[in-house]
Design a protein around this ligand. Structure first.
Ligand code: PLP
Length: 234
């Protein structure tokens, strides 16, 4: 496919997503300005990130350090905000703090310590969201709701880190609206303890409307912008 065609395809995806966001905002009585669209570019090349940037997208999300680090390096001239949204091993913290501005997947105290130490060492301040597990499947990551306050307090206290708020993925087989309503209550409790922690990262291609209705501030959208990803081969 030529680059012009790919640009047009992404422009059409973006227009479709913006129309859905506009409709969700209208239904919820919210303003578009309350929402940040994070374009999830995992599995797609740096050239797609350039197309998105040319179309006015400022925030991009990635979930694997091995892929994200070189892509962020290739795109460093664009001045984008990089969001790390995938499960993160502590041994990847050093790499991730070099390019990520926001880490959405902070779910345990050991990871808070690792990110804080590496952020200080890199001379950066990283915004961290506490990922909340809305189901009982530990494989998908996230802190259990009862553990969220301790993780949030640790982020808030860590040098090099700023507590931005919370993030969640709607569990498979549960009504996204129910899951996001639960997240909203947890987000409010975190914000009561830490007034600056206003971010609620919720909503993907399939459930962005439910997320907007339940107070999301950040939508993480991949497929609806860029198309269906090829199955990941290790
Ligand atoms: C891949 C991914 C997304 C984007 O999902 P789509 O359904 O493609 O919009 C959002 N959040 C996380 C954590 C992801 O891994």
């Amino acid at each position: 496919m030529t680059e012009t065609t790919r640009r047009d395809e992404i422009a059409a995806g973006l227009a479709g997503v913006e129309a859905r966001i506009a409709e969700a905002c209208r239904a919820a009585g919210r303003a578009r300005e309350e929402l940040t669209l994070v374009a999830v570019t995992k599995t797609y090349p740096a050239s797609d990130v350039r197309h998105l940037a040319a179309l006015g997208v400022r925030d991009v999300g990635e979930n694997r350090d091995q892929e994200a680090a070189p892509k962020a390096g290739d795109c460093a001239d664009l001045g984008l905000v990089w969001h790390f949204i995938g499960q993160l091993q502590t041994n990847k913290a050093r790499s991730v703090v070099r390019y990520a501005d926001v880490v959405h997947s902070v779910d345990r105290l050991r990871l808070v310590s690792a990110l804080g130490a590496e952020a200080v060492r890199a001379g950066r301040e990283i915004t961290c969201l506490v990922q909340v597990a809305l189901d009982d499947d530990p494989a998908r990551g996230g802190a259990r709701p009862q553990d969220v306050p301790a993780v949030a307090d640790a982020v808030a206290a860590a040098e090099g880190l700023r507590l931005g708020g919370v993030m969640a993925v709607a569990p498979l087989g549960e009504e996204p609206a129910r899951a996001f309503a639960k997240l909203r209550r947890i987000a409010q409790a975190v914000q009561d303890a830490h007034p600056g922690a206003r971010i609620v990262s919720a909503g993907m291609s399939g459930d962005l409307g439910e997320a907007v209705a339940n107070g999301a501030t950040h939508l993480r959208i991949g497929t609806a912008l860029l198309g269906h990803r090829k199955p990941f081969v290790r």
